[in-house]
Structure formats: C-alpha cells, structure tokens
Write a protein that binds this ligand. Structure first.
Ligand code: RP5
Length: 152
C-alpha cells in the first residue's frame, strides 16, 4: 500500500487472505515518497517467490501502475477512498492504464480490498487444488449466510 493511511482499507485484503490460508506479506511502498523502494520491491518480487501483487493506493494512485511497469507478475489495484474526491481520483488513476501494461482494477475501498484478495486467491487456485477447495468452501459459506428475507 502507498501509505499507513491505506491500512484501514487494505487490512480487509489481509483478513480475507488469512481466512483462505493464503500466505502474504504487507509493505508500505509509495510511488511518490519512496520511488526507489517501489522499484526494488517490484523488480525483485518474482525472484523472491511472490505470485500476485495487490497494490492499494489513493489520490494520484500511481503505485499499481508503476508496480506493473517493473514486474510481469499480475498486479491487482485497489483504489483507496480519498477524502477530497471519494476515491474517484484513485479509481481513474489505477484503471486507465495504457495498452501493454495491465493492472486488474477492483472497486473503490473495502469491497475492492476484499475482492482483490479473492481474485488473487482464484489466480493461485488454478495451480493449487487445496486452495481451490478452500475457496469453494468460502464461497459456499457466504452463499449460506445470505438470508431469504430481511430480518425485521
Ligand atoms: C497515496 O496518497 C496513498 O496511497 C494514500 O492513499 C494517499 C494519502 O497518503 P497520506 O498523505 O495519508 O500518507 O500515496
């Protein structure tokens, strides 16, 4: 994530990964304030054994795109809700990548963080049958938790 202030949103990705028993690491890497850290992180990610990167940032959210520029790993971008523009700035900064360098862009805020974790898990589950089974269970539990009618 681009800042400590993104944690309140991005922690939902970590909670989802934990529920699915997917190992992860969490780092603060700012495209603007720590550009060298970003380059090092993204350029070495594949060799360090990472498989998917979830990059959450807000405002002028260049982190996911710059991360994707430095690595061939799939990058999932989470637009963090900004105070001034409610995350529309984050969304547009992340989604509108030039052809050739993709970023898979999720929804603004908490839903996007959760879905980034689920999408990363789906990608990993292609070659991990045990994770695929955990993901199926997670989805079945979610389905079972939805009431037929609203509680009054
Ligand atoms: C972005 O700027 C971060 O991703 C964060 O969402 C936003 C504001 O950062 P802070 O000023 O709160 O550190 O780089």
């Amino acid at each position: 994530m681009g800042s400590q202030s993104d944690w309140e949103t991005m922690r939902h990705a970590t909670l989802t990964l934990e529920a699915l028993e997917v190992p992860y690491e969490v780092k603060i890497v700012s495209a603007h304030r720590t550009p060298d850290r970003l380059a090092d992180y993204a350029r070495t990610a594949a060799d360090r054994g990472l498989s998917v990167i979830i990059a959450g940032a807000g405002g002028a959210a260049h982190l996911p795109g710059m991360c994707a520029a430095w690595t061939r790993l799939p990058v999932l971008g989470v637009p963090v809700e900004s105070k001034a523009l409610k995350g529309m700035d984050s969304l547009l900064s992340i989604v509108q990548m030039p052809g050739g360098i993709p970023v898979g862009t999720l929804a603004i805020g908490k839903a996007g963080a959760i879905n980034a974790a689920l999408l990363a898990s789906s990608i990993l589950a292609i070659s991990d049958a045990e994770l695929a089974a955990r993901l199926d269970t997670w989805r079945a539990l979610q389905t079972a938790s939805v009431r037929d009618e609203p509680e009054k």
